[in-house]
Design a protein around this ligand. Structure first.
Ligand code: SF4
Length: 126
């Protein structure tokens, strides 16, 4: 996944409030499959939400920024192994390959949690 593509999508969402997925390939000059993979990753990480939408007779999605007020940066999710995972397209909740059973993701979350605790970014649970 291209970092600049994530940056562009998030920037466009911050400016416009919503996007239509089927129009992004033309707007960004990127193929639809790459756009779809990127949006699935952002959705899986809670950065965006998508709602089915009919655009010129075709089913697509409207895309919204979930954490708009928090000023999402690429660094917010860059620690996730999903960004470079070859199983990204096959991974999903309730599937044989899933975030719930992914050891790589579990380890990455624990490391990120420990980093946040060490930096004072969060408080430990009591
Ligand atoms: S298999 Fe793990 S690392 Fe790969 S996309 Fe799924 S949760 Fe992310």
């Amino acid at each position: 996944m291209s970092e600049s593509l994530v940056d562009k999508v998030l920037s466009m969402l911050q400016n416009s409030g919503e996007l239509i997925q089927s129009r992004l390939p033309k707007l960004l000059g990127v193929d639809a499959k790459t756009i779809s993979k990127t949006l699935k990753l952002l959705e899986r990480n809670g950065v965006i939400r998508r709602e089915k939408f009919v655009d010129e007779g075709k089913i697509t999605y409207k895309i919204y920024l979930v954490k708009r007020e928090q000023g999402i940066e690429l660094n917010d999710i860059s620690w996730a192994p999903c960004t470079t995972c070859p199983n990204l397209e096959r991974c999903g909740r309730g599937q044989p390959i899933s975030p719930e059973s992914c050891e790589k993701l579990t380890i990455a979350i624990k490391i990120e949690h420990q980093k946040l605790l060490s930096s004072g970014g969060i408080n430990s649970a009591k």
